[in-house]
Design a binder for this molecule. Sequence first.
Ligand SMILES: C[S@@+](CC[C@H](N)C(=O)[O-])C[C@H]1O[C@@H](n2cnc3c(N)ncnc32)[C@H](O)[C@@H]1O
Length: 202
Amino acid sequence: MTPGFVETFELSEKRAFDGQPLRFTGAGIWLPLPLDIVASFIATLRRAEVWSRLGPRPKVLDAGAGDGRLVAGLCAAATEVRVFGIEHDENLARLAEDNLRRLTALGLPARWTTCEGDYLSLSTYEELGLGFADVDLFLNYPDGSEHALASLIAEHGRPGARLALVTPDHTLRVDALELEEELQIERPSGAPSFRLVLHRAP
Ligand SMILES: C[S@@+](CC[C@H](N)C(=O)[O-])C[C@H]1O[C@@H](n2cnc3c(N)ncnc32)[C@H](O)[C@@H]1O
């Protein structure tokens, strides 16, 4: 991971919501992805050769970007990728921007753009300078809106756009998209296991 990554997001968890590990936001629940999962999720995407399915210079969106950890992890790990993040909660959106700026000053490739907004509203994507149909891969750590997001992708996404859910729920599927692949995310033994559930727009 990039210099300062772990320190930045450990501190960030303490700064967000007075250090509460889980909070209801205006749109869902903020529960930060464990930092070891950020790294192993990205390693799983690489191992499964998901990048080669997306074409050159893919555009990736973290839908519900929280404090920006997945956006930062992807900028650090995946070359050529352009990473976007949308977060509904004003304070988290600001925190994500602060974290990403700090890491960029420490050498993180500046391939990210984030904004405050609703990822279920097409107008939010315009603020990012991004068409909804330009997104090749949507990421989501589900907190209740994953089915609505999948329906939006089925209706307005580009054919072949992917939705990758990173989840401890081994039964979670979305009906609006085709299930493409399910992969185990490796973790230190004893930690709750997570899966990467990859869906595809027809
Ligand atoms: C489970 S947290 C995951 C945060 C981050 N992706 C991570 O991995 O640490 C889900 C986040 O999605 C945000 N969220 C939920 N629905 C949203 C929506 N419709 N638009 C924007 N953000 C949303 C919540 O505010 C919360 O911060």
